[in-house]
Ligand binder design. Structure first.
Ligand code: M6R
Length: 596
C-alpha cells in the first residue's frame, strides 16, 4: 500500500505533489509527507491524518522538483517521525518507500553493529542508512542507491530526492511505479490516475527498473544488468480531469449511483474483442478465477456464470489460498485474474507461479497499465473510471457483468446478453430514487443501527452476493456481518439466531431453479426463532408476512444477482452515515493492498 508521487519540470512541484497525494490517499491515509528542493537544500513537511493544507506546508520554498508519500503503516505506529520522506543524517537526500523490507530485522541489526542509530521504527529508514553506508565508499549516489536496493528482500519501490544532483531517482520491484511524460515535466507515481489531469502518456516500469529524472529529461535502466532501456510509451484511453464527489456527500454514494453507466462500460466489448479469450477458454482444460476480497467474490460470481451459462469447468481460487492448487494445476489451464487495482500482492504472487507452470493468464482490471494487466496474455478492462471509496462497489458489478457477457458469448448468446444488460441498467432507476434511499436509510438502517451481529443468506447465483454483501457492510459500518449459503443454515448457523437478530435473505425469482423456495423456507425458520427479517430480491415475494422489510430488485434472469448486491451497498452506506463513520476511508483499510 502507500502512495508515491514525484514531479520534476517547470511547474510548481509543491502544489503538484500535494494534489497528487490527495489522489493517492486511497492507498494509505495514516500520515503523509512532502519534500522539495531549494537550491541544494531539501525542505520537508510531514503530518499525520489526511492530506490537507497547513500554514507550515505553505512556508516550504516554492520548487520545481519534489516527492511525496501517503502512508499505510506497516513498521511502526502512526507518528510524524514514522511518516515519509525519511531524510539522510546530513540532509543530502530523502527517500519514500512503498512495500515492506522483509529482511528489515537482519539489516537493522547489521547497521546497528556498524554504529548507525535510528529515529523511526520504519523499515524505510533502514534503506536510508544502507545508502549512507554505501556513500562512504566514495561511489556515486546512483550506485549507492542501486547497491542498497539490491539488499532488500520483498516487494519494494522507492523514490529518492537527491539534493546534490537535483535529481529524482526511483527503483521499482513489486509495488507499482508509473512515469508520466508531460509537456511541463516528468511525473512519477504509484498509479497513473494521480497525474491523469497532466498527461495521458505513461511508462509502466518493470521490476528492477530505475528511472533517473533530471529536469524534464528521464532515463530508464535496469539495475540488474545496468543497461539503459527504451521503454514503451503507452497512451491511456481515458483522462480523468477532476476526481470529485460532484453533488454527492461521499464518493461511495456517487460510485453506487454510477453503476447504471459502469455496468455498460464494462461490457462495451464486441464479439471480436472477446474472441481471443473465448477461444482460449474453449481449448482450456479448466478455468480458475483468481481474486481477493471483493474481487474474490466477483471471481466466484463469474465462475458461477461460466458454469451455469456456458457449461465451462470453472471455479474460483482465493488468491491467498493458491498453494494447495499447485499439485493439480496444469499448463492446459487458464487463469482469469480479477482485480480493481491490478496491483494486489496476494493476486500477483499466484499469477507469477501459475505463469511459470505454463498456464495462460487473462485479467479483468479497472486501472490501466498495472502489473496484473501486463502479466496477462489476454488483457481486459472494466473501464468503470476511478473508484475512490476504499469499499468497492461499481467495480464489483462491472466485473460480474463482464463475466456474464463472456459466459453468454461462449454460449452463443452475445446479442441477448447485451440487450439484457441494457434492460438491467435501465431498471436500476427505481433503486436509486429518493423513495428507495429513504426506505433504506430511515426504515431499515435506523432499525439496524443498534444491532451488532447480522447474517445474510444467499444461494446459487446469490451465494457470492451474500459474501460480498457482508463484506460491504463490515468494511464501513464495523458491524459483525456474516454471509452464508442458505444451505448452511440448518447445519449450524441457525444456532446464532435469537430474538431480534437481523437476517437478510436474498430471494431470486421463482422462474429459475428452486433456490427461491429454499430461501423462503430458511427465512421462515429464522423468523420462527424471532429474527428481524429483511428480504432483498424478486418483487413477487415482497408481500410475504415473514419479512419485516423488503427491497425489491429487478430480476432479469440470472442478472438479478448483480442487481441484488446494490441494496447491500446502500445499507452499508446509510448505516455508516447514521453511525458517523468515515465512509470513503474506513479505519485500518487501504484501497490497494500491495503488500502481503
Ligand atoms: O484491487 P483489488 O480488486 O485486487 O483488491 C482486492 C481487495 O483488496 C478489495 O476488493 C477489497 O476487498 C475491497 N476493500 C473491498 O471493498
Amino acid at each position: 500500500m502507500c502512495g508515491i508521487f514525484g514531479y520534476s519540470g517547470n511547474k510548481n512541484s509543491n502544489d503538484l505533489v500535494f494534489n497528487g497525494l490527495k489522489r493517492l490517499e486511497y492507498r494509505g491515509y495514516d500520515s503523509w509527507g512532502i519534500a522539495v528542493l531549494d537550491g541544494n537544500k531539501i525542505y520537508q513537511y510531514k503530518d499525520i491524518g489526511l492530506v490537507k493544507q497547513n500554514p507550515k506546508l505553505k512556508k516550504l520554498p516554492k520548487s520545481n522538483v519534489g516527492i511525496g508519500h501517503t502512508r499505510w503503516a506497516t513498521h511502526g505506529g502512526v507518528t510524524k517521525t514514522n511518516a515519509h520522506p525519511h531524510i539522510s543524517t546530513n540532509g543530502d537526500f530523502t527517500l519514500v518507500q512503498n512495500g515492506m523490507v522483509e529482511n528489515f530485522d537482519a539489516l537493522k541489526r547489521e547497521l546497528r553493529k556498524d554504529g548507525y542509530k535510528f529515529e523511526s521504527q520504519t523499515d524505510t529508514e533502514v534503506i536510508v542508512k544502507i545508502v549512507e553506508r554505501e556513500l562512504k565508499k566514495n561511489i556515486s549516489f546512483k550506485k549507492a542507491l542501486m547497491t542498497a536496493f539490491k539488499r532488500l528482500e520483498g516487494r519494494n519501490t522507492v523514490a529518492v530526492l537527491d539534493a546534490k544532483s537535483n535529481k529524482i531517482y526511483a527503483i521499482k520491484n513489486g509495488s507499482p511505479l508509473v512515469v508520466g511524460i508531460a509537456k511541463d515535466g516528468i511525473y512519477l507515481a504509484s498509479d497513473s490516475l494521480s497525474f491523469s489531469p497532466h498527461t495521458k502518456k505513461i511508462i509502466v516500469l518493470d521490476d528492477y527498473d530505475m528511472v533517473e529524472i533530471d529536469g524534464k529529461d528521464y532515463v530508464v535502466s535496469n539495475i540488474k544488468d545496468g543497461k539503459k532501456k527504451k521503454p514503451e510509451i503507452r497512451t491511456l484511453k481515458y483522462q480523468y480531469e477532476d476526481i470529485d464527489k460532484g453533488k454527492y456527500p461521499h464518493f461511495m454514494l456517487k460510485e453506487i449511483v454510477e453503476q447504471q453507466r459502469t455496468i455498460l462500460y464494462a461490457t462495451d466489448y464486441n464479439e471480436k474483442e472477446l474472441e481471443p479469450l473465448v477461444k482460449q477458454i474453449r481449448k482450456s482444460r479448466k478455468v480458475y478465477l483468481l481474486g481477493a476480497g471483493t474481487a474474490g467474490f466477483a471471481a466466484g460470481q463469474i465462475a458461477f456464470f461460466l458454469r451455469t451459462i456456458a457449461k465451462v469447468d470453472a471455479m474460483e481460487i482465493k488468491s491467498y489460498e493458491f498453494k494447495s492448487y499447485l499439485p493439480v494445476i496444469s499448463s492446459k489451464d487458464l487463469i482469469i485474474a480479477i482485480s480493481q487495482s491490478g496491483e494486489t500482492a496476494d493476486t500477483i504472487e499466484p499469477l507469477e507461479v501459475f505463469k511459470k507452470e505454463g498456464c495462460k493468464i487473462a485479467s479483468i482490471v479497472n486501472m490501466y497499465g498495472t502489473t496484473i494487466s501486463r502479466m496477462s496474455d489476454y488483457e481486459y478492462y472494466t473501464n468503470a473510471g476511478p473508484e475512490i471509496c476504499v469499499a468497492s462497489t461499481k467495480v464489483f458489478t462491472a466485473q460480474s457483468a463482464w463475466g456474464y457477457l463472456l459466459s453468454m458469448t461462449l454460449a452463443g448468446k452475445y446479442k441477448t446478453a447485451r440487450s439484457k444488460l441494457k434492460k438491467l441498467t435501465k431498471s436500476l432507476d427505481e433503486m436509486f430514487s429518493k423513495k428507495s434511499f429513504n426506505y433504506i436509510k430511515n426504515k431499515i438502517c435506523k432499525t439496524l443501527v443498534d444491532k451488532e451481529h447480522f447474517f445474510i443468506l444467499g444461494k446459487g447465483e446469490n451465494a457470492s452476493i451474500a459474501y460480498e454483501g457482508a463484506l460491504k457492510i463490515k468494511e464501513i459500518s464495523y458491524k459483525h456481518v456474516e454471509g452464508f449459503s442458505a444451505g448452511e443454515l440448518k447445519h449450524g448457523v441457525i444456532a446464532l439466531i435469537e430474538k431480534g437478530t437481523p437476517v437478510i435473505g436474498i430471494i431470486p425469482s421463482g422462474e429459475h431453479m428452486d433456490d427461491s423456495k429454499d430461501l423462503i423456507s430458511g427465512m421462515e425458520q429464522v423468523k420462527a426463532r424471532g429474527a428481524l427479517t429483511i428480504g432483498i430480491g424478486a418483487s413477487e415475494y415482497s408481500g410475504l408476512e415473514i419479512f419485516d422489510y423488503y427491497i425489491s430488485t429487478p430480476q432479469i434472469n440470472t442478472l438479478g444477482s448483480i442487481a441484488n448486491v446494490i441494496p447491500f451497498q446502500l445499507i452499508s452506506y446509510f448505516l455508516s452515515v447514521l453511525l458517523g463513520n468515515n465512509i470513503d476511508k474506513p479505519r485500518n483499510l487501504a484501497k490497494s493492498v500491495t503488500v502481503k
